[in-house]
Design a binder for this molecule. Sequence first.
Ligand code: INI
Length: 160
Amino acid sequence: MTVIQGQLVGTGLRMAIVAGRFNDLITRKLLEGCQDTLYRHGVTEQNMTIVWVPGAFEIPYAARQLKESRQYDAIICLGCVIRGGTPHFEYVAGETAKGISTLNNEGNVPVIFGVLTTNTLEQALDRAGAKSGNKGSDAAMTAIEMATLTTAIERHQAER
Ligand code: INI
């Protein structure tokens, strides 16, 4: 039996973070949590690239460019979409999730979904370092695990 899994060790990993500026009260906190967790798991500041985009809708565009550059072991997408009184939320949240998911499913480089989609600002605050943890930090852990998993699978294939 072969069991393969990623490790929570970020040494040597090159990480790109794409953050949406819209609702930056929240996204700055997600970024803070993300960077802190990457750093505490061995990712150096030199190996972290941060790209700001206007809003969540623009995240997949920047993430694709970063992915195609082949310079990163994982790409972390951070954003915050808060429901308003119109259907705008559904379009922005839906297209952002779809765009990130498409990139992730294309393979080779993991693209992590760290975009909050909430009904209220309070729910977003709870998930950006208050009651419900920090989703930016969670996204960082996922990125490290998936980047090291990618290497582990490649190594396993080479050894067969
Ligand atoms: N962008 C967000 O990141 N969060 C939101 O809540 C949001 N709302 O509600 O409108 C939002 N809109 C902007 C959008 O992401 C694009 O930047 C804009 O439509 C230009 O393409």
